[in-house]
Design a protein around this ligand. Structure first.
Ligand code: ATP
Length: 361
């Protein structure tokens, strides 16, 4: 196993488009790192450069201590799992998993191959299906066969490119847990590309958020959630997304559309000497007023719509945004595939809350 280091990595495609603009990333030995970001931000390009399927225009890529920019993919000793599985339809599950070992002609005896295949199949609970052909497997089982092929190679690192995107929601959830368990038990360095932020937040030790070919922030899931470095990361991470409301500063008061908030030291540091700011408030930062905490600010909210989701109730509260920040927030909305959320707040309440549509809460 090995660390993977990207130093000022740039990718310009032959048509002149620069998809990756100087990315620095240190992935430690055994670490599970997620690359996440909207469509077209360069995630797959980075993964393909690491595995060697795409030339690196500039910068240095190291696996362990070795610079591998010019090494052929087969000499990098990495195992990649694709979203379309890339299984051989005419081979059995057993032979599909054994395939990478047989490729290295003569290096492994039949006994060794058998042992490795059965061990991987055991880890993935595929032992009962070893004689089947891929066509006779479910999507999740096919995905596991693809992972089995990566495991038998005992490669230095696993690279996953949106491995679960072809599965339905329930199976995706199950496979997510399996991948996490497998990675923890094998301890193999893993880089995983997804645009699904649930996968990003639940799987990785650290998450790297990309936007338009540039790295925005690399942090633990918790770190991204609690301390996003900019509006983009704040808006991208979290579901439902963070509310962005305009805040006008006058003296020691911050006026939000629904309430005036006293500016304490903490807020003052964040605001600096600006007189108009965008305030990010997570949906789960709200509570019904009789359950509020110490630093509470009370206000009346006109609830427009509610959605009951089982364990949580979302209440939507419209507000008037400020003209001066509207364009900026609209653009962010488009980039994040938002649904025009910037003129209403979403408030997450206890599922047992009695708040209903038309209430003032
Ligand atoms: P997605 O989630 O949609 O797969 P991504 O973040 O993985 O997106 P990439 O596939 O890395 O994005 O592509 C990054 C950018 O580079 C995109 O704008 C894409 O159109 C562009 N791109 C990809 N391949 C080429 C190519 N061969 N020639 C020119 N541009 C390309």
């Amino acid at each position: 196993m090995a660390s993977i280091t990207l130093e000022n990595i740039v990718k310009t495609y032959p048509d002149g488009f620069t998809a990756v603009k100087g990315v620095d990333l240190d992935i430690a030995d055994g670490e599970f790192v997620i690359l996440v970001g909207p469509s077209g931000c360069g995630k797959s390009t980075i993964l393909r450069m690491i595995v060697g399927l795409e030339d690196i225009t500039d910068g240095e890529l190291r696996i362990g201590d070795a610079v591998v920019n010019d090494k052929a993919p087969r000499d990098r000793d990495l195992a990649m799992v694709f979203q379309n599985y890339a299984l051989y339809p005419h081979l059995s599950v057993y032979e599909n998993i054994a395939f990478p070992l047989r490729l290295q002609r003569g290096q492994f005896s039949e006994d060794e191959i058998d042992r490795k295949v059965r061990r991987a199949a055991g880890l993935l609970e595929l032992n009962e299906h070893l004689d089947r052909k891929p066509a006779n497997l479910s999507g999740g089982q096919r995905q596991r066969v693809a992972m089995g092929r990566a495991i038998v190679r005992e490669a230095q690192a696993f690279l996953f490119d949106e491995p679960l995107s072809n599965l339905d929601a329930k199976l995706r959830g199950q496979m997510r847990t399996e991948i996490a368990r497998l990675q923890r038990s094998l301890g193999t360095t893993t880089v995983y590309v997804t645009h699904d932020q649930t996968e990003a937040m639940t799987l990785g030790d650290r998450v790297a958020v990309l936007r338009r070919g540039e790295l925005q922030q690399v942090a633990s899931p918790r770190g991204l959630y609690d301390q996003p470095v900019n509006l983009f990361v704040a808006g991208f991470i979290g579901s439902p997304p963070m509310n962005f409301v305009p805040g006008e500063v006058s003296g020691d008061t911050l006026s939000l559309p629904m309430v005036d908030v006293p500016i304490d030291e903490h807020l003052r540091r964040a605001i600096g000497d600006r007189d108009l700011v965008i305030v990010g408030i997570r949906p789960d930062a709200f509570a019904e007023s009789d359950t509020g905490g110490q630093r509470e600010v009370r206000f009346d909210a006109d609830v427009d719509v509610t959605e009951w989701m089982g364990e949580v109730l979302y209440a939507y509260v419209p507000f008037q945004t400020h003209e001066a920040v509207k364009d900026q927030l609209d653009e962010l909305d488009r980039e994040l595939d938002g649904e025009g959320m910037r003129t209403q707040m979403v408030i997450a309440l206890d599922a047992l809350s009695s708040v209903r549509e038309g209430d003032v809460a």
